[in-house]
Structure formats: C-alpha cells, structure tokens
Write a protein that binds this ligand. Structure first.
Ligand SMILES: [Zn+2]
Ligand SMILES: [Zn+2]
Length: 144
C-alpha cells in the first residue's frame, strides 16, 4: 500500500502516513472552527509511528491551544497541520483536507456538535456527540 501523503498550501511542509488512518471525526468545536476558518475540521487519529515529515520541518510552528493540545502549522503559508496531545503522546491528529490517497476512509461521527456553527446544518446520518465522546473506542462501540 502506498503511503498517504499530505502537504501545506505552499508545499514546503510535506509528510507521509504509513498504514491505515485511525478513526475520522468531523470536529465542530470552536477551536477547530477558528483554526480552519471552516464549519468543522475533519480529522483522523494516527499512531505517531505512522507519521513521517518528509520536507519542511523548519517551517513547522507550534501553538499550544490548551494545556493538553499543541497545534502545528506552516509558518510560511499558515496551513493548519497536525495536533499532538500530552495525555496521549502516541497519537497525532491529522486534517484530512491536506491528504492525498486516503482511499475509502470516511468520517465515523460528528463530535462537539453543541459547539457547531449556527449557520451550518449537519445533514449526514453519522452519530452525533455533543462533546468529546470520551474515547475513540467509545465511538466505534456505538457505531457497531
Ligand atoms: Zn506552507
Ligand atoms: Zn475540535
């Protein structure tokens, strides 16, 4: 299987993801909305061992959006890139919008729907969670 590739808008930062993406969620929280300037951030969890920055590491800048979460972006073009979590050091959050070759992977759920934009109506049939469902495995259980 070819690695999934991703890059920022100016293409300085590029990366590869080996293997399959973990659970994909549409996150409607206010931080994701502001960070992306969009109705929501569609993001996948992957294991840190799957993630390899190929070019442009020098262009990565980190912003701590909370005590637990750091968000990385390209300092040249501003593209939102990955997130890391102090309480889950093995996990990286990846935005799907920057990826090529995602294959058949699709979102499993809408999360933080209590914070969603008033001007956006969720029209899909995916499960909805008013906040963080607690864990990724919890979403998988309710889905099956
Ligand atoms: Zn860039
Ligand atoms: Zn969010």
């Amino acid at each position: 299987m070819n690695p999934i590739t991703g890059m920022c808008l100016c293409e300085r930062v590029s990366y590869e993801i080996s293997g399959e993406l973990g659970p994909i969620f549409n996150c409607h929280c206010s931080k994701c909305r502001r960070w992306h300037g969009a109705a929501f951030r569609t993001r996948a969890s992957i294991d840190i061992s799957q993630f390899n920055i190929v070019t442009g590491r020098d262009n990565l800048t980190e912003y701590a959006s909370s005590d637990n979460v750091s968000k990385y972006f390209c300092k040249n073009c501003g593209s939102p890139l990955h997130s890391t979590y102090k309480d889950r050091p093995n996990i990286i959050g990846i935005p799907l919008g920057a990826l090529e070759g995602v294959g058949d992977s699709v979102p499993l759920a809408n999360i933080f729907t209590d914070s969603k934009a008033t001007w956006y109506e969720i029209t899909d049939e995916l499960p909805r969670y008013p906040s963080w469902p607690g864990s990724e495995s919890k979403v998988r259980e309710t889905n099956s």
